[in-house]
Design a protein. Structure first.
Length: 172
């Protein structure tokens, strides 16, 4: 095993498990995603301390990433938990980047300088601008599952995944 991904799950006392597709949009709309995201990052870093050498990936919401204090929040949690920044991978979606001003781009570079890694999540589902591969310091491209699941059944899906993997190698 080389890495794990933190996934938010909600066990409601009477309704049972509530999927993230239900509660994450509500948290984003209400602004609670800021606190939820910080708590998930903190818990992921604390849990990651028990797994030496394993990369811990955490999704970042557009609202979190756009905040002026995003870098400070990540740095504070890394300092509080003692987690090695080189083992942290922050996952951004194309939607996050599309909704982000150019002024926020240096945030990635600041964290990258401290060793934090970045993954472009669900590549191929959104705007899919290849400029993201040049403008942001991504270490990993995560091709959307709709393409990956269709590789054996659809020649076009296989061709798209092959092309994206090739682009990822060139941009790295």
């Amino acid at each position: 095993m080389v890495g794990v991904e933190a996934l938010a799950r909600w066990l409601h006392p009477t309704r049972g498990f509530i999927p993230p597709t239900e509660f994450i949009p509500i948290a984003e709309h209400s602004g609670l995603i800021i606190e939820l995201g910080a708590n998930v990052l903190r818990q992921a870093c604390l849990d990651g301390l028990a797994w030496p050498g394993i990369t811990v990936s955490v999704n970042v919401s557009p609202l979190q990433f756009r905040r002026l204090d995003f870098v400070k929040m990540v740095e504070r949690i890394l300092a509080e938990t003692g987690f090695d920044p080189k083992r942290l991978e922050l996952e951004l979606t194309e939607t996050t980047l599309l909704a982000t001003s150019k002024a926020r781009k240096p945030q990635c570079w600041q964290l990258k300088a401290r060793g934090v890694r970045f993954a472009l999540d669900d590549f191929g589902t959104g705007y899919s601008s290849l400029l993201y591969l040049r403008r942001f310091p991504f270490d990993k491209l995560k091709v959307d599952k709709s393409f990956v699941h269709s590789i054996e059944k659809a020649a076009d899906a296989a061709a798209i995944v092959h092309a994206v993997v090739s682009l990822g190698r060139v941009s790295a």
